[in-house]
Design a protein around this ligand. Sequence first.
Ligand code: XUL
Ligand code: CO
Length: 440
Amino acid sequence: MLNKYFPKITKPIPYEGKNSKNPFAFRYYNKDQRVGSKTMAEHLRFSVAYWHSLLGNGSDMFGGPSFERAWRQPSDPMDRSKATLEAAFEFFQKLGVEYYCFHDRDIAPEGDNFSQSIKNLQTIVGLAKGMQKETGVKLLWGTANLFGSPIYSQGAGTSPNAHVMAHAAAQVKNAIDATKELAGENYVFWGGREGYETLLNTDLKREQEQMARFLHMAVDYKRKIGFKGQFLIEPKPKEPTKHQYDTDAATTLYFLNEYDLIDHFKLNIEANHATLAGHSFEHELAVASAAGKLGSVDANRGDQLLGWDTDQFPTDIYSATLAMMVVLGQNGLGKGGFNFDAKVRRSSNDPYDLFHAHIGGMDAFARGLLIAHEIMQDKVFSKFIEERYSSFDSGIGAKIMAGKVGFRDLEQWIIKEGKPELESGRQEMLENILNSYISH
Ligand code: XUL
Ligand code: CO
């Protein structure tokens, strides 16, 4: 096992059960434990986000770095990337996660020109491939950073400048190549700059058409090179751009339908993006899932009192339970997984805080999985929901849904049958039942 950057951890984080007081142990995540037909590891497919956990330095809008990682010290950018890669795989192994995710520019530095950037990326991809083989850690998804460079300040695929769009396309081509080379199971599109600030300089329809063309080119390229990973779009309403075109799950599904892309994409739902859009995490998961399009999850959380993307590690058991109910309801995420798109706080300046953060997130979802599984086994809510809609299973309800009656027939029916009687929705009782499963 690699052992250079986290010497205090000498073996993979163990599962010690819920009474353990060891801060470097799992209390719920027991990777080989079977829950229904799969192990916990198979259900959850946890992933570390390279950008936050390896590159994060605590800086925010008001201050520079608050911690320095040993692996970020080499002054030559390629040496720095190589050291970071070593630290990354040491961390993955010691934490005991099976997946990671990256942006092209996270793993390799941009060169002086595009050809050099391609070479840098290929060099690091070659090294990462070796490390994946050595450790068994796999790539959940790759993506391209189309938001950091100043050339993307007015959009990437949706830039008013065709030269910029071409640059973004060339970058995505190489990021897909890198993902394929590393046997990535998905490829993500998150359009942080794909939106607009003011209609005074923006043709909104044109920009959406451009975005669609951009994605169609990606689909064509995927087919040409035989990349078998799942394409995912990650909705987010704002930040950095004021209005982002992929605002939420419903908007994104509409966009994919409108531009004939729906068969080629699923969604990557992020908790903090959901709350920024004014939705709950489980709402966004449920909307994606209802359309058969829930592909993967960026597991994190926002802060109720702050209106921005705080990307905190998820610790809320209630939220994790509701999320796992949606995921179990669709029989898992398939090629997707739970990627911790989350960062330690500015004040958590010790590299071992990365372990505490991930252990907490993994335990929260493991616990959510266990509770959700039990709830679903007992069919507590599903029975109630089935019963609640049962008036559509026979009689007039069945006729309505089968298209056998229209407004005139229903007028006659109502004249005869009179006023409906309503059953209680029993929200409070159901909330109490949910709490009884969470607290025992
Ligand atoms: C930004 C965000 C991204 C995507 C990948 O809010 O979530 O890190 O997950 O580009
Ligand atoms: Co994300």
